[in-house]
Design a binder for this molecule. Structure first.
Ligand SMILES: C[C@@H]1O[C@H](OP(=O)(O)OP(=O)(O)OC[C@H]2O[C@@H](n3cnc4c(=O)[nH]c(N)nc43)[C@H](O)[C@@H]2O)[C@@H](O)[C@H](O)[C@@H]1O
Length: 410
């Protein structure tokens, strides 16, 4: 084996080039929120894992910069945030090789990305679904040609004043992420390739065992989980041993059956408000009606603590609390100033999700990806689906259809 390796090194440079890792970068439509972005990561991670069947590829994690929902102005700039602040990268790496963007810039040794492909739909639309992709003129193009450097200038996750691309083209695509694999292997040999608007491609197989593997690998960073756990212990009488939510060291060994997890003795709600009150008017109940539904559920399940995760302003939260009244203890996670500085709006939201994931009973908001990610977390922990797939309804929605049950697969 050793001599073979030496032979390769002395042999054709093509061979060597092939064996050095290639880098896949991606970005998402700037308007998308954190939890849809987590979903796009999963699609691309499955693609990169499949590229690794052919040769070494590393997925470069897109830094978090200026997300629309991150509105706090007193926590310092919410830009160029590395994934390690939010996620456990060792755990991600048990699914696919990943590195941070700043690490990529170091190994890349230059501030250019070789090729950027901006994914778009077909301009003419479509009448029958078929998997296809074609290089096409750009319908819209957020990149600019820089005549001085002869490179392409773009946002690049907030590194716009440092990074440029050597080549930029648009690709119209209709299909699953896997459709890009032959293109990446055969039509380009660039060392670093970036797919922008990666949300354009779909999950290869939504909800299958591979989907759940990558989902299980997406563990939150230990520091954030620890803060959530401390809050559970202090206010919600909730610890893993008692609640049967102990996690295995590696997600690979974590295989639970429905009903294995009990959860802490509290009802958790994700009450999505802010922009949802406008854009999903029909699904967001009044605070008064939300309070009524919560009281009914808490009573039915004999729970006297209610944990509220919400993006509502404080005055709305106080109103809700007032409507719930004194028969229940109502809690909200209130980060210290230092925590907010350290973990920003994104980290605080994760702590909220983590606490919701450990409740005996969870109720979410319809069509919110924030609620969906809590539901999958609970599937991983092994909750009875009846205690997970619930949502609040608008007072006029008499049918009050409950969420689709996406069950975990192994
Ligand atoms: C209307 C649409 O809504 C979609 O949001 P949706 O799926 O709920 O969920 P997300 O895509 O995560 O966006 C909502 C963001 O608002 C904050 N947020 C929402 N709920 C909570 C909460 O309970 N606690 C805390 N701490 N923060 C919360 C948080 O920053 C979160 O990432 C967006 O992805 C789309 O871009 C679009 O704006």
């Amino acid at each position: 084996e050793h001599s073979e390796h030496e032979h390769d090194l002395n042999g054709a440079s093509e061979d060597l080039k092939y064996r050095e890792p290639r880098y896949l970068l991606y970005d998402v439509n700037p308007g998308e929120g954190f939890n849809l972005r987590r979903d796009v990561y999963m699609r691309i991670a499955v693609l990169v894992r499949s590229l690794n069947e052919d040769g070494p590829w590393t997925l470069v994690l897109p830094p978090w910069s200026r997300l629309y929902h991150w509105r706090s102005r007193d926590v310092g700039p919410q830009e160029r945030i590395p994934w390690s602040l939010f996620f456990d990268l060792d755990s991600l790496r048990e699914f696919v090789p990943v590195m941070e963007f700043h690490e990529f810039l170091e190994v890349n040794k230059k501030n250019t990305i070789d090729e950027v492909y901006y994914l778009q739909h077909y301009k003419e639309g479509w009448d029958k679904w078929e998997e296809k992709m074609d290089k096409r003129p750009c319908i819209t193009n957020p990149y600019d040609w820089n005549p001085e450097s002869q490179h392409w200038y773009g946002w690049f996750f907030g590194y716009n004043d440092e990074v440029e691309a050597l080549k930029m083209e648009c690709i119209s695509v209709m299909g699953h992420a896997g459709i890009l694999k032959p293109f990446l292997l055969k039509n380009t040999s660039a060392r670093s390739v970036m797919l922008d608007r990666a949300e354009t491609v779909l999950h290869d197989r939504y909800g299958d065992a591979v989907f759940w593997q990558v989902r299980r690998s997406m563990r939150f960073s230990k520091q954030l989980r620890d803060i959530g756990d401390a809050f559970r212990a202090e206010f919600l009488d909730s610890t893993d041993a008692k609640d049967k939510t102990v996690v295995e060291k590696s997600w690979k060994n974590m295989k639970r059956k429905h009903g294995d997890a009990l959860g802490g003795p509290y009802l958790a709600v994700h009450l999505r408000r802010a922009d949802f009150v406008r854009v999903r008017e029909k699904d967001v109940p009044s605070l008064k009606f939300a309070a009524k539904q919560l009281k009914d559920l808490a009573e039915k399940h004999s729970l006297n603590k209610i944990f509220v995760a919400t993006d509502a302003p404080m005055d709305e939260y106080k109103l809700l609390k007032g409507y719930i009244g004194d028969s229940y203890e109502v809690f909200k996670f209130e980060p210290t100033k230092q925590m907010r500085k350290d973990f920003k709006d994104g980290g605080v939201a994760i702590i909220d999700q983590w606490i919701c994931a450990h409740a005996r009973l969870f109720v979410g908001t319809r069509e919110s990806t924030f609620s969906f990610r809590i539901q999958d977390e609970r599937e991983i922990l092994g909750f009875n689906p009846d205690m997970t797939f619930n949502r609040l309804c608008h007072e006029k929605d008499k049918k009050c259809e409950q969420p689709t049950r996406w069950h975990i697969e192994y």
